[in-house]
Design a protein around this ligand. Structure first.
Ligand code: HEC
Length: 133
């Protein structure tokens, strides 16, 4: 019986990982930590996701303008109307698997959305938050 419980506990970990980390996301998070991030604030990332600010072209924008708030569903670019695949790594296995891609889009999206680059802290918060969706 003891073994059965141990197995059940083990299985529950395997079935429900807290976050879908990838080697790329692990490397980036380690880099952000090396650059001074000591505490991840997932609640702030969640609030920031829908926080509106004046984007690069003067419109009020948030991350959810293109990506939506249901991470299991596809989003849509607000201008080109191009479909953006779901952000949840649980439904989209390609998410957060390429360091260069993640950094490239952080740079571009933060500027588009808030008219400035995200800080290392904001990127660490966003990435951790998104991996758990
Ligand atoms: C103007 C539309 C738009 C807005 C606003 C936007 N994004 Fe994106 N984002 C995209 C597109 C397009 C891609 C690239 C296509 C893809 O990965 O499906 C992307 C990709 C990403 C990626 C890369 C994901 C990966 O798999 O590597 C991250 C991270 C990201 N966005 C975060 C953000 C954050 C954080 C915000 C808010 C600060 C934001 N985005 C706002 C359009 C947008």
């Amino acid at each position: 019986m003891k073994y059965l419980y141990a197995l059940m506990i083990l299985a529950s970990f395997v079935e429900a990982p807290a976050a879908m980390a990838s080697p790329a996301s692990d490397t980036l998070l380690a880099k952000y930590k090396a650059e001074g991030v000591s505490k991840i604030d997932v609640a702030k990332a969640k609030a920031d996701w829908t926080k509106e600010a004046k984007g690069e072209d003067g419109e009020m924008m948030s991350c959810s303008t293109c990506h939506g708030t249901d991470f299991s569903k596809a989003g849509k670019h607000h201008k080109t109307h191009k479909v953006i695949e779901p952000m949840s790594p649980k439904v989209n296995a390609e998410r957060f698997t390429d360091e260069k891609k993640i950094e490239k889009w952080f740079k571009r999206n933060c500027k588009d959305t808030w008219g400035r680059e995200c800080t290392t802290q904001e990127k660490a918060d966003f990435l951790t938050f998104l991996l758990a969706q």
